[in-house]
Design a protein around this ligand. Structure first.
Ligand code: ADP
Length: 446
């Protein structure tokens, strides 16, 4: 728009001044002829008159539609008629009266008027002609400027596009690289070429920020895993001691109950600590673990076996009806232990939060993902809390009567994200929830 504005203003400027100069030069040519004709009219000597006309004919020639009105100054009636006939304003005649040359242009016709006096006699001469060549030239110039404007616009647009593409290339590269960096590959850095421009500055700033992020992540991760390890040793001792107490022959019923409670609670604590440790590990660098190709249908079957073991009364049914025909759409590159933990968490939750009502697991596939849907008829999740279920230690407000720590889903989410997949939750309080997990089956990046 800016360039269009500039080119347009320039074209108008050129056109305006070209018109001005063409009309000036035409007025001048007309004035010269008016002078000659005027003097010829004043000449008493007829042979001299023809000399004037000869010169005009030979050296100047006629202008298109050239006309001259010569009026004796005293001929008031003719002047009055002339005023009616010609389109000139009053100022035109005022200028002539003041012995100035008057110029006027209307309807493609140029008019020049002046007074010529000689030996007490004076004439008013008004000459008119049409500058056919000038008008044609101006029309040509107008067309030329218009076509030039269009060509310039196309040129500016194309070159501008290419140029901006070129200019933003490094920025697009930075965006692409930054998008590829996440919690799992925080050690990656942007490439900084030797240049000293803003782009290099931007990359260096990003890299410095990544350094800080990596350190913070590492500190947090180390803290969680160290703390978890530290908790584990005394916990093993506590449960060992409780087991020892239980194995003593003649302990009282109260002491037995007490040892059993200690044992149960320390087992729960151990489970919690293990989950925290996994969460910390998956949150930072899950690729430490073993990765390989695994079939999702088999994985789901082994998840079902685990659930059967943990909750014998479960009603989990696996629906294989929509299994993709192409077996290769069931194969995922990933870590079996982690994926099993992820799906177990979802299925166990479904059983837990539906009080063991039927839970259905279906496996399908689309162009990119193998899709695992786990639906239950449980308590559902309140709308405004859905966004938080993947936040560590968050538990929805309707779960008070169910045991839990709020670690399972954040861990599951981390695991699925590590596998380049994602989880979608559809839920309604009182009707149930559906967890849909998408895992890419053709991801070559592992
Ligand atoms: P918890 O140990 O509390 O089950 P999770 O991290 O596994 O922790 O789940 C987080 C929260 O998400 C749960 O407290 C619960 O509010 C909600 N949630 C997860 N699965 C379901 C489900 N199937 N039905 C209803 N709520 C669920």
């Amino acid at each position: 728009m800016l360039t269009a504005g500039i080119i347009l203003s320039l074209s108008i400027f050129v056109y305006f001044f070209a018109t001005e100069s063409t009309s000036k030069s035409f007025f001048h040519r007309l004035e010269v002829r008016a002078n000659i004709v005027g003097h010829a009219a004043l000449e008493k000597n007829k042979s001299q008159t023809s000399v004037y006309y000869d010169i005009k004919e030979k050296h100047l020639g006629d202008l298109p539609n050239e006309q001259h009105q010569i009026i004796r100054n005293e001929d008031v009636t003719r002047i009055r008629n002339l005023r009616k006939e010609f389109p000139m304003p009053e100022t035109f005649y005022d200028q002539i009266r003041n012995n100035e040359t008057a110029y006027f242009f209307k309807n493609d016709t140029s008019y020049v008027g002046r007074k010529i006096s000689q030996k007490g006699e004076s004439f008013l001469i008004i000459s008119s002609a049409v500058d056919l060549y000038g008008l044609e030239e101006m029309t040509n110039l107008k067309n030329l400027l218009f076509v030039g404007f269009l060509i310039a616009m196309v040129f500016v647009f194309t070159v501008g596009k290419l140029f901006s593409k070129q200019i933003f290339l490094p920025i697009r590269q930075i965006i692409r690289n930054v998008k590829g960096i996440n919690a799992h590959n925080l050690n990656q850095r942007l490439v900084v070429d030797g240049s000293k421009d803003e782009i290099a500055d931007l990359s260096t700033t990003f890299n410095a920020m990544l350094d800080r992020l990596e350190i913070t992540f590492e500190i947090q991760n180390n803290f969680v895993s160290n703390a978890s390890h530290e908790f584990k040793t005394p916990l093993t001792i506590i449960s060992g001691e409780a087991q020892l107490g239980l194995s003593v022959n003649n302990i009282t019923g109260v002491a037995r109950d007490s040892f059993q409670t200690v044992l149960r609670e320390s087992e729960k604590l151990e489970h919690l600590i293990n989950s925290m440790l996994s969460l910390a590990q998956t949150g930072f660098d899950g690729k430490k673990e073993q990765w390989g190709q695994l079939r999702i249908d088999e994985l789901i079957l082994s998840v079902k076996a685990t659930v059967d073991q943990r909750i014998p009364a479960n009603q989990v049914a696996i629906n294989f009806d929509n299994l993709p025909e192409d077996e290769h759409k069931l194969i995922v590159n990933g870590n079996e232990t982690l994926l099993k933990a992820a799906f177990s968490n979802i299925v166990l939750n479904s059983c837990k939060y539906s009080d063991n009502k039927p839970v259905e697991v279906t496996i399908t596939a689309d162009q990119t993902y193998v899709i695992i849907e786990i639906s239950d008829n449980g308590i559902g999740i309140p709308d405004r809390e859905i966004a938080q279920i993947f936040v560590p230690f968050f538990r929805a407000s309707n779960t008070t009567k169910y045991k839990g720590y709020g670690i399972g889903l954040p861990l599951t989410n981390n695991i699925i994200r590590m596998h380049q997949g994602n989880i979608v939750v559809n839920t309604r309080v009182g009707s149930g929830s559906k967890f849909i997990v998408y895992l890419p089956y053709e991801n070559k990046s592992f």
